[in-house]
Structures are given as structure tokens and as C-alpha cells.
Design a protein around this ligand. Sequence first.
Ligand code: SF4
Ligand code: SF4
Length: 248
Amino acid sequence: MCPGCPHRSVFHALNRLKAFVTGDIGCYTLGFMEPLAAMDTCICMGASIGNATGLSKLLSSEEQRQVVAVIGDSTFLHTGINGLMDMVYNSSSSTVVILDNRITAMTGRQENPSSGYTLMGADSYRVDLEQLCRAVGVQHVKVVDPYQVAATRQVLKEEMERPEVSVVIARRPCMLVKRDPVARKPAVTVDIDRCTGCRACLKLGCPAIEWRTTTEGKGVAHINSLFCVGCGLCNQVCNVDAIGDINE
Ligand code: SF4
Ligand code: SF4
């Protein structure tokens, strides 16, 4: 996933929560790869939600709560909404995460009905995902900012524990979409005196985070300033505040 990708923290959280993730087709399918390693099935467009419903019918009520379907906004509108309708209808207790990055990223950043623009770039009606989910019977719909690592994880944890269908919309535009006011911020840097070499930041799988050995032989994280967009995720997972703004 790209540096600054808004999907990263969702998969990071699902990995930590030991979720069984039924995935879908999009750039976020990369969530199956190490170190995020948080996607267990991926069959075809729209299959994530139907797979989660089916799995929930085979598992104990405790195990059902570990099942999380992950689908992107454009895939959800393409073939996911019908699966969600059936998930409610069939009284599943799974959680559905809609990764709302406001674009169809994998195939070249095309618009879709939730982006608010036509394929020609003209203003258009933007589908309200929250209302749409409620319209098919989902009683619990929450919106999170995936750049808030702890809050995102907490909401996912709470909704996974809920014995009913719930939807978590992780909303943050794709870093590559210039139209949205997603400011590329200055690269962050690692204070190598503070860094303990715990590698927690490397578990995010951000291509900007590298590993170096100092002249004293100490292994430390290093941020490649050419790639880093200053999203701040690594700063939030470092327990010793070794990662800070380059201007500090
Ligand atoms: S999380 Fe912090 S302490 Fe751990 S390797 Fe990264 S920068 Fe160093
Ligand atoms: S702030 Fe950290 S996680 Fe975000 S792009 Fe830079 S190195 Fe990657």
C-alpha cells in the first residue's frame, strides 16, 4: 500500500484484533500481505459480505463476532449492497467495514456514485453510504477517520463485540486524489537515540519506513523522506515518541 494510504490502519487494527477477514477486490486487497496480513478470503467482487454471512452460519456465536467483511466504497456500490441486505435479512452478527477512500483507486482512480463526480469530472449526486446502510436495515453505522489509529481500533473492537450486523465506514480520501484537501505533510523523522528498535512501526508496512544499523551496531527505524507523506500513523504506534515532525 502507498505511503499515507488510509486503509493501512484498518488492517493493522484487524490484525491486532485477530479478526477473520473476508476481503474483496480493490487496492485494499493488499491487506492480505505481510506485515498487515489481515485478509483471509478474497474471491470476487462483492463476495466479502456474502462470505461473512455464510461463515457466520457455521460458527459459534463467539466465533461469529471475529468475522469482519472488508470492502471498498466503489465495490460496495457495485456488488456489495445486495450482500449487506441479505446479511441483515439472514440475521448475521458480522461486522462490515467499508473503506471509503472516495475513489475507485485500483483501476486508475475513476469516479463512482459515492465520489460525487461523474466519470467526466462533473459534479454529481454523492450517495450517502450511512443512509444507504440504514435503508437496508443496519441499525449500527459508525464513521471513523482511519488516520486516528487508537480510535479506529476501539470502534472496530466495539462493533466486533456487538451480536448484530454493524457497519464501520473508514472515511479518508485516497492520498493520490489531488482534488480532495488531503495535505501532503512534511516527512517525519526518527530520533535514533530514542528508538528502541522494537519494530512496531515496521508492522504498518509503510514503504517509507526502513531499517538501518547505526555505526554503533544498533538497529533503528529510518524514514525515507522521498516517500513519506507525513500521515502520522507511525508516530501513533511508537510507544517511546521516537518519531516526530521533521521540523521539530
Ligand atoms: S516504533 Fe518507535 S521505537 Fe519502535 S522501531 Fe519504530 S521508531 Fe523505533
Ligand atoms: S508518517 Fe509514517 S506511516 Fe505515514 S507515510 Fe510517513 S513513514 Fe509512512
